[in-house]
Design a protein. Structure first.
Ligand code: ZN
Length: 256
């Protein structure tokens, strides 16, 4: 079995990360990749960073990972900025230099020889941190995507974009069950390219507060996207106890 779990946008939410790790074990995932934004917003940046780092798995850099190392004041609202300044003080030099060394995009090869791409935002301008919201946005990514499948994050909302060689479209049919049952699975067609947003572990923004992650089973040619319940109250308590902005606690239970 070759099953890779794909996690993104953990954002220092250790309660959500723990629940997802437990779930991916129950789903018999053998490997894991991380699409960035390990830190920012929530109360456990050091713990989450150490956990992901010690897995020694493929990780790409997110905009929060970059911002905590190299403050730019770009495209961040005051709440995110306050959390970023707090986060920077929680990390030591070794942790910051690990974040600084992360690549913007990577090709991952599984034990069975399948390759796929990973990036935080999109492959056309990975350092520009563009938000891929719709098929029009995604159409810029595909000419730079040389693999059958690429996984990304950044918007904190799961999506499936498909490229037929000329046009990008959004696959609503295969994503629909995720909102009905908290679970979707589909088999990617070999003559199409897929650009798949696996949602966010630590701060979902699609009005479903449960943690979200993806699984790629290369033996079965199967993509799974799952929601996972976790202890939101405990994550909120942690935010309040360290003095991070109240809004960061409130948004967790709304999934916004
Ligand atoms: Zn993020």
């Amino acid at each position: 079995m070759a099953r890779t779990a794909i996690i993104s946008d953990i954002h220092a939410n250790y309660h959500a990360l723990s629940a997802v790790i437990e779930d991916m074990r129950s789903m018999q995932c053998t490997d894991l990749v991380c699409l960035g934004d390990v830190v920012g917003y929530n109360a456990y940046p050091s713990k989450c960073l150490n956990y992901v780092r010690d897995l020694n798995c493929p990780v790409v850099k997110g905009n929060h990972d970059e911002e905590v190392v190299t403050p730019s004041n770009a495209r961040m609202n005051s709440t995110a900025r306050e959390a970023m300044d707090w986060t920077r003080n929680q990390l030591d030099e070794t942790q910051l230099s690990w974040l600084a060394r992360l690549q913007y995009q990577r090709i991952v090869r599984t034990d069975t020889g399948t390759t796929f791409s990973i990036v935080h935002s999109s492959l056309d301008h990975p350092k520009a941190w563009n938000y891929i919201i719709n098929a029009s946005d995604a159409s810029n990514n595909f000419p730079r995507q040389f693999s059958h499948i690429c996984f990304h994050g950044h918007t904190h909302a799961p999506k499936i974009f498909v490229w037929d060689g000329k046009h990008a479209s959004e696959d609503y049919d295969n994503l629909h069950p995720l909102y009905l049952e908290g679970f979707t699975e589909f088999q990617p067609l070999s003559d199409l390219k897929y650009f798949i947003n696996v949602g966010s572990v630590g701060q979902p923004r699609d009005s479903d507060p449960r943690a979200c992650y993806g699984i790629y089973d290369t033996d079965l040619n199967l993509i799974i996207i799952k929601r996972v319940e976790y202890d939101i109250r405990a994550a909120q308590d942690a935010i309040r106890s360290v003095g991070l902005p109240e809004y960061l606690a409130e948004r967790l239970e709304k999934g916004i």
